[in-house]
Design a protein around this ligand. Structure first.
Ligand code: CS2
Length: 480
C-alpha cells in the first residue's frame, strides 16, 4: 500500500517522450471541490478509494486532496498532471485503461499547514487513511504504543508548536485546527488492513491527542466518527514497462499510472455526519456489522499473502503467482484456509452468507493472475504487525477449540525463518527481531513470538509447535 512512484520512470520507459503529458488540458475534466482529505497517497489509494470516488454518481461534488507519507515524489509527479492518472486494469486476457480525475490536489505530506487548513475547512466531510498497518503504532495489546520513538518525538513537537512527522501526529494537529475553526463533525475512514480498523484508528488518534491535550481527545470523541472498512484490490508496484504500456496504448505520457487487478471490493460500516460520495454506485457495500467481512478478507486473502510471502521467498520464489504454483506453498495455504474457515461466522452468525468456497476459488484465480507481478518482498514488510491480524486470531481460535492451529502457526514459523535470513528485513520492530535472532533454540522462538503476541509466547506448547515447524520451507538466503 505504500507503493510510490519511482522518479523518472517515464523518461526511462522508451522513445516516445515527445508525446503530450496527461493533464486536464489534454483530458478536459473539471476539478471537483475538495471534500475529502486523504493521508497516504500511494498506488493503493489511487486504484481503490480514488477510483470508487471517480465513479460515484455525484463525483462532481467530491474532490480529493491527497497527501503523501514520507516522500514528496508521488505528489510532485501527480501535481504535474493536475491529479490525473491512468488505471490499468490487468486481467488474464489483457489490459484496459481509464483516466481517473477525482484527485484534485496532490500535496507533499510534510506540508502540514495545508493539511490543517483543509481539514479545518467546513466543506471537508471525510478524511480517508492508507497509512499502512504499522503507522497506527499499536502495541501487542491493541493500544497506542506511547513509548514508540516517533510517537514520543511527535508529542514533543506538538507540545512545542512544531509540525509532527508521523501521519497520526499530523492528523491530530489538523483535527485540533478543525476544532479551533468550529467546523464541526466529520468522518475518518480507515482503509488499512486491520481488524476493526475504525476502532484502531480511533484509539490511535484519541491516544495521541489525549497525550497532548485532553480537551482535544474529548472533542474528537464527541465529533469525529471513525468508520471501519474492509478494502480489497491487488495493486502491485508499477514498473517501467507499465509506464511504457500506457504511453503506447493511450498516446500520452503518464508518470503516475497504477496497475490493478479487475476485482475491487469495499465494505464500510459507520456514520458519515457530514455526508459522503455515492460510492455504492461503484459497488461499495454498507453494512451494520463489518467483522465477518473483515475477517474473511484479512484471514483468507491477507493471511494467504503473508504465508506465501515468507514461505515463497524461502523457497526461492519472487511473486505471488510463482509461489502459488509451488505445491508445498499451495498446500500450506489450503490448510491455513481450512483452519480460518472453521472460525469464520457470517452476518447474523450464518457462515453460509460469506460464500467461503466461492471466495476461496476466486482467490486462487486472483493470485494465479500471472500478468500481475505481485512481489512477495512487498507483502513481507511489517510482518510483526500483519501477523497479529492474519495469523494470531486463527491460531488463538484453533487452540481455544482444542485443535493445534498448526497451519496458522506455520505462517509464524515461516516469518521467523525469513526474519533470520532476509537480505532486507523491513519492520517497525526490526531491532527487536534482530536481537531475538541472536538467541538460540527455544529462547529465540519465544523471543520472536513475544514480539508478535506475548500471550502466545507464554504458552510453552505453542512455542514448541512453532519450533517444530521452523525449517519447513528451507532456509535459503533470501535476496531481493
Ligand atoms: C498485501 C495487501 O501487502 C500486503 O500485505 O496482503 O496489500 C493486499 O494485496 C491487499 O490487501 C489486497 O486487497
Amino acid at each position: 500500500m505504500s507503493t510510490e512512484l519511482q522518479p523518472n520512470a517515464a523518461e526511462e520507459a522508451g522513445p516516445a517522450t515527445d508525446l503530450p503529458r496527461l493533464n486536464r488540458r489534454l483530458r478536459p475534466s473539471a476539478k471537483a471541490p475538495v471534500r475529502i482529505v486523504h493521508l497516504g497517497l500511494g498506488a493503493f489509494h489511487r486504484s481503490h478509494q480514488a477510483w470508487y470516488t471517480h465513479q460515484a454518481g455525484d463525483a462532481a461534488d467530491w474532490g480529493i486532496a491527497a497527501f503523501t507519507g514520507r516522500r514528496p515524489d508521488a505528489a510532485l509527479a501527480l501535481a504535474e498532471q493536475d491529479g490525473l492518472y491512468t488505471v490499468v486494469e490487468r486481467a488474464d486476457g489483457g489490459d484496459t485503461f481509464a483516466v481517473v480525475s477525482s484527485i484534485v490536489e496532490a500535496v507533499d505530506g510534510a506540508n502540514v499547514q495545508r493539511l490543517a487548513e483543509l481539514i479545518a475547512a467546513p466543506a471537508t466531510a471525510l478524511v480517508t487513511l492508507t497509512i499502512t498497518e504499522a503507522a497506527y503504532r499499536l502495541g501487542a495489546d491493541g493500544h497506542l504504543d506511547a513509548k514508540a520513538p516517533d510517537v514520543v518525538a511527535d508529542l514533543s513537537l506538538l507540545a512545542g508548536n512544531g509540525f509532527p512527522t508521523t501521519p497520526l501526529g499530523r492528523l491530530v494537529l489538523a483535527l485540533a485546527a478543525r476544532r479551533a475553526a468550529g467546523a464541526g463533525p466529520l468522518a475518518v475512514v480507515c482503509c488499512d488492513n486491520l481488524s476493526n480498523n475504525g476502532t484502531v484508528a480511533h484509539n490511535a488518534v484519541v491516544g495521541m491527542a489525549g497525550a497532548w491535550d485532553a480537551g482535544l481527545a474529548d472533542w474528537i470523541d464527541a465529533n469525529i466518527s471513525f468508520v471501519s472498512t474492509s478494502v480489497d484490490r491487488i495493486t502491485p508496484r508499477i514498473t517501467d514497462a507499465d509506464v511504457a504500456a500506457v504511453q503506447a496504448a493511450c498516446g500520452y505520457r503518464d508518470t503516475s499510472p497504477v496497475v490493478a487487478e479487475p476485482f475491487a471490493n469495499w465494505v464500510l460500516s459507520g456514520e458519515f455526519p457530514a455526508g459522503r460520495p455515492r460510492w455504492e454506485d461503484a459497488g461499495a457495500v454498507f453494512v451494520a456489522d463489518i467483522e465477518p467481512y473483515e475477517n474473511r478478507k484479512l484471514w483468507l486473502l491477507n493471511g494467504a499473502h503473508s504465508l506465501l510471502a515468507y514461505a515463497g521467498q524461502l523457497r526461492g520464489h519472487t511473486t505471488v503467482a510463482q509461489a502459488l504454483a509451488d505445491p508445498l506453498c499451495l498446500q500450506a495455504v489450503e490448510k491455513f484456509w481450512d483452519e480460518a474457515e472453521a472460525n469464520l461466522s457470517g452476518p447474523g452468525g450464518n457462515a453460509a452468507g460469506l460464500q467461503i468456497p466461492e471466495y476461496r476459488a476466486a482467490l486462487l484465480a486472483r493470485f494465479s493472475n500471472a500478468r500481475i507481478a505481485h512481489h512477495l518482498a512487498q507483502i513481507a514488510m511489517d510482518g510483526s504487525t500483519k501477523l497479529r491480524m492474519r495469523a494470531v486470531p486463527v491460531l488463538q481460535a484453533e487452540r481455544a477449540a482444542g485443535r493445534s492451529g498448526a497451519a496458522a502457526a506455520l505462517m509464524i514459523a515461516a516469518w521467523m525463518d525469513y526474519s533470520a535470513v532476509a537480505a532486507a528485513f523491513q519492520d517497525p520492530l526490526a531491532e527487536a527481531v534482530a536481537a531475538a535472532n541472536l538467541l538460540g533454540g527455544t529462547e529465540r522462538i519465544r523471543a520472536l513470538l513475544n514480539i508478535v503476541d506475548p500471550v502466545l509466547a507464554g504458552d510453552g506448547a505453542v512455542v514448541d509447535l512453532i519450533e517444530d515447524l521452523c525449517g519447513t520451507f528451507g532456509e535459503l538466503a533470501v535476496s531481493r
